[in-house]
Write a new protein. Structure first.
Length: 613
């Protein structure tokens, strides 16, 4: 790992990287070294044989995650800052070491907690994690801690991690920045109303002595005045809850017997309830008999309750599951339909997460899971609710399909000449290669992160450079209205049309294209997003860690060049198409609100005035 790290740093421009192999937990040789900033994703697992830590830790523990966090908190300088990814056990485990650690963090350095969705580190790990934000100087003068929750990070939470539209990270980042700025400026935080979290007084966190760092625990009353009676999942003659199990992995005759056996990879993270009709592995009758797994009848509700908590599905065929699931079998089909039970349980995912206990793999016990309560309307009302939400979800799925599959198509006529991009442009250049000086105000500096999902510039999360820096830039590095920006590194191939009345400069991972009189900028903007040009981008991109399209390759892109009148007609057609496509985003947002509104009515949440039927 040391050699790999040295090579990695060197390839990223650090010609003299300082990387040392050192046992932080058992050696005291570097104990007196401190840091201004620490960024860490420490190991969650304690090594085989356990840990024998030295005696200088303030928290006496044998768990590696406790000791690592303690070490980092203790080794920050008085104005030091840290961001540490931790497993959920740190957040709410009840053992003394965990509580002592949280108490110390709240008192001395913790300013914020960011809850990440389970699965965001797939395919390597599906463990639920959080980020602890430490700042010793701010913590000393603050009497609150901010809690933020990331539900989507821009990628699906399954093993494939495919790109999706939902991404809470920019909003959480902006709200965290606002909170920290308020603390730095000694401004009251009561006026802040984060949409992705809440701000909690430290005295409330310390009230019962366990210093729980699960933000949902402190959210004021959610469900009240239930419209329908509540029933627990443990109610006899209505539900039967079965845990899963795993046959011995080294016994060949336990496997491949034709009985579907579900694991987390068989439950993709979706907006609506997943359905299981097949699984990646099967077990045999003997494997089922000689393990703790049970055969779960079709049309039961399957809930992940270990590590990745709260994925919900309905099995359309009889299955067995591994030990990461609790399975709700509907015993009385005259009182409950599985689709409704699954929908009702989606509102209890935060409760499940808060109730889970354990170390690296937090889990809800069967007895605790059976305590969960859901509202239970009459059967016909359940069916109406399910049909209503399924209708909404079909609209959402259709709109998402439009967004996922739309690409501007420009049919290339054989009579159109094909020319080099550089031959019909005034300039093709990139941003300044030197890191720019930062300022509290001035001219915005745009990076790839400032390009939103709609391929437009988002100036809400940029930083500034001094006016003097901007004035000294060459004219080709000062974007003008109508210039086309084109990302060339990492997420290469994204075109952006520079809007009117904005001044900014940009990083070297973005190219600026200024068209000549033969080429409409709007035509080029649409053309660069077409499959014809994307293929050239893929062919030109080089590199391993980060693919890059060189400026020379970009200048040599071949483009079709129809007459200007034809370019204008093509652009008008594409703009009309894009207006219709963009409407699908609003459609998705509206129908997602309808789903949440329907679920809120089921739970009788206050502030909802819509009727049930």
């Amino acid at each position: 790992m040391v050699r790999l790290s040295l090579v990695n740093m060197y390839l990223h421009g650090f010609t003299n990287p300082h990387i040392a192999e050192y046992d932080t937990l058992t050696s005291e040789d570097k104990w007196n070294e401190t840091a201004d900033v620490i960024l860490a994703n420490p190991p969650f697992m304690s090594p085989k044989g356990g840990i024998k830590p030295h005696k200088r830790f303030s928290i006496q523990a044998k768990r590696s995650e406790v000791l690592f966090v303690d070490y980092m908190a203790e080794h920050l300088r008085p104005n030091g800052r840290a961001a540490i990814i931790v497993p959920e056990g740190i957040i709410f485990q009840s053992q003394t070491a965990y509580k002592d650690l949280r108490k110390m963090l709240v008192a001395n350095s913790l300013v914020a907690v960011v809850s990440l969705p389970a699965g965001c580190f797939n395919p390597y790990s599906g463990v639920k994690t959080s980020i602890l934000i430490l700042d010793k100087a701010l913590a000393r003068r603050s009497d609150t801690i901010a809690f933020f929750k990331v539900e989507n990070d821009g990628f699906g939470l399954g093993a494939q991690r495919r790109s999706i539209d939902k991404n809470d990270l920019p909003q959480v980042k902006a709200e965290l920045f606002d909170y920290l700025q308020a603390l730095r400026n000694q401004q009251p935080t009561a006026d802040l109303q984060p949409t992705c979290g809440l701000i909690v007084p430290k005295e409330k966190i310390a009230a019962n002595g366990d210093y729980n760092l699960s933000g949902e625990r402190y959210r004021e009353g959610t469900a009240s005045n239930h419209s329908f009676p509540l029933v627990s999942l443990g109610e006899e003659n209505l539900f039967r809850v079965e845990s899963g199990g795993t046959p011995k992995s080294d016994v060949e005759e336990y496997w491949g017997g034709g009985i579907p056996w579900a694991t987390l990879v068989d439950l993709p993270a979706t907006d609506f309830i997943s359905e299981i009709t097949a699984t990646k592995r099967t077990i045999s009758d003997k494997g089922l008999r000689e393990s703790s797994a049970k055969m779960i009848p079709a049309n039961s509700v399957v809930v992940s309750t270990r590590a990745t908590i709260g994925r919900i599905a309905i099995n359309r065929v009889p299955i067995a599951t591994n030990q990461g699931f609790k399975n709700v079998v509907i015993e009385d089909s005259a009182r409950a339909v599985p689709e409704f039970v699954a929908l009702a349980l989606t509102k209890l995912v935060p409760t499940m997460e808060a109730w889970a206990t354990g170390g690296t793999f937090a889990e809800i016990s069967k007895s605790k899971f059976c305590e969960l309560q859901i509202p239970l309307p009459p059967l016909e009302v359940q069916k109406e609710i399910v049909a209503e939400i399924e209708g909404y979800q079909k609209v959402i799925n259709g709109a998402r399909a439009v967004l996922d599959h739309y690409r501007p198509h420009i049919p290339i006529h054989p009579d159109w000449p094909l020319v080099r991009l550089a031959d019909v442009c005034e300039t093709i250049t990139d941003g300044d290669h030197q890191p720019p000086p930062k300022a509290s105000e001035g001219v915005p500096f745009v990076t790839i992160t400032n390009i939103n999902d709609d391929h437009q510039l988002d100036f809400t999360k940029t930083f500034f450079v001094p006016e003097s820096y901007y004035e000294n830039l060459s004219a080709t590095r000062k974007p003008q209205p109508g210039d086309v920006l084109y990302t060339v590194t990492g997420s290469y191939g994204i075109p952006v049309l520079v809007p009117e009345d904005v001044r900014f400069c940009f990083q070297r991972h973005i190219a600026l294209i200024r068209t000549g009189p033969q080429l409409l900028n709007t035509f080029l903007h649409s053309l660069l997003a077409s499959p014809f040009m994307l293929q050239q981008g893929h062919a030109a991109a080089t590199g391993v860690a980060q693919k890059t399209v060189s400026l020379n390759s970009l200048r040599n892109f071949i483009i079709p060049l129809p007459p200007l009148a034809t370019q204008q007609a093509i652009v008008a057609e594409i703009e009309a198409e894009q207006a219709l496509v963009a409407a699908n985003r609003e459609l998705i947002a509206r129908f997602e609100k309808k789903i949440q509104s329907t679920l809120a009515r089921v739970w009788g949440e206050s502030g909802n005035t819509e009727s049930m039927t």
